[in-house]
Design a protein around this ligand. Structure first.
Ligand code: GRF
Length: 202
C-alpha cells in the first residue's frame, strides 16, 4: 500500500506512521507533501529517506487552482492512501471527491464535537470532562466524514491548552498508525458514506 502523507508543520503524526511502517510489510510511506517549506515534518521525511514535495500557494491563486497543482504533485506518487496529518488547508470538493475512500484525516476532538480550529480551548471552555482525537474518512464537508477510530482522554481542572493537547497528541500517535495498518491490510473501506472495518459498519 503506497501511502502519501500531507503535512504543514511538526509532523509528529507523520513520524508515528513512518515508525509503524517499519514493521508493516503492507505499507510504505512513499512521499510527503507540505504546503509549508519550513515544516519540520520535511526534515523527518529526509531523515527517513522519504521523497518530499512542497506545493506553496501563490498570491492571488484560487483554492481550485492550488488544488490542481496539489493534485499533480499527489498523482506523481500514485498513492493508494492519502493521509492528512496536520495539513492546514481546506481541500476543494473536486480534489476530495477524486480520492473518496482513499483519504483520511486526524482531527483533535471527539467528532462530531468541535470541527475546525482551537479544539482544545473549546473543549476546556465548555467544561468537558472528556476530549480526544478522531480519525475519519475525508468528505467535502470540513471534519465531517465518517469516523473510523477515536481515542478519549480525560480533561483535568488544572489543564492548560498545552497539557491537554499533549495528552491528545499522544493518543493520536497510537490511533493513526492503527488506521493506516487496517487500510493497508484491506480491512477498511468507505461505502455508502460510511466507514466499514472487516465488513462491519463502524
Ligand atoms: C494534530 O493535532 C492533528 O490532530 C491536527 O494537526 C495536528 C498535527 O500535529 N490535524 P503533527 O504535525 O502531526 O505533530
Amino acid at each position: 500500500c503506497r501511502i502519501l502523507v500531507l503535512i504543514s508543520g511538526n509532523g509528529s503524526n507523520l513520524q508515528a506512521i513512518i515508525d509503524s511502517c517499519y514493521d508493516n510489510l503492507n505499507a510504505d510511506v512513499v512521499g510527503v507533501i507540505s504546503n509549508n517549506p519550513d515544516a519540520y515534518g520535511l526534515i523527518r521525511a529526509h531523515q527517513n529517506e522519504i521523497d518530499t514535495s512542497c506545493v506553496i500557494s501563490r498570491e492571488g491563486e484560487s483554492r481550485e487552482e492550488y488544488d490542481v497543482r496539489l493534485d499533480a504533485a499527489i498523482s506523481r506518487y500514485q498513492p493508494d492512501l492519502i493521509v492528512l496529518a496536520g495539513f492546514m488547508r481546506i481541500l476543494s470538493p473536486a480534489l476530495v471527491e477524486r480520492y473518496e475512500g482513499r483519504m483520511v484525516n486526524i482531527h483533535p476532538s471527539l467528532l462530531p464535537l468541535y470541527p475546525g480550529l482551537h479544539t482544545h480551548a473549546r473543549a476546556m471552555e465548555a467544561g468537558d470532562s472528556e476530549h480526544g482525537a478522531s480519525v475519519h474518512f475525508v468528505i467535502p464537508a470540513l471534519d465531517a466524514g465518517p469516523v473510523i477510530l477515536q481515542a478519549k482522554v480525560p480533561v483535568y481542572g488544572d489543564d492548560t491548552i498545552e497539557t491537554l493537547s499533549e495528552r491528545v497528541h499522544e493518543q493520536e500517535h497510537a490511533i493513526y498508525p492503527l488506521v493506516v495498518k487496517w487500510f493497508s491490510q484491506g480491512r477498511l473501506q468507505m461505502k455508502d458514506g460510511q466507514a466499514w472495518l472487516d465488513g462491519e459498519l463502524i
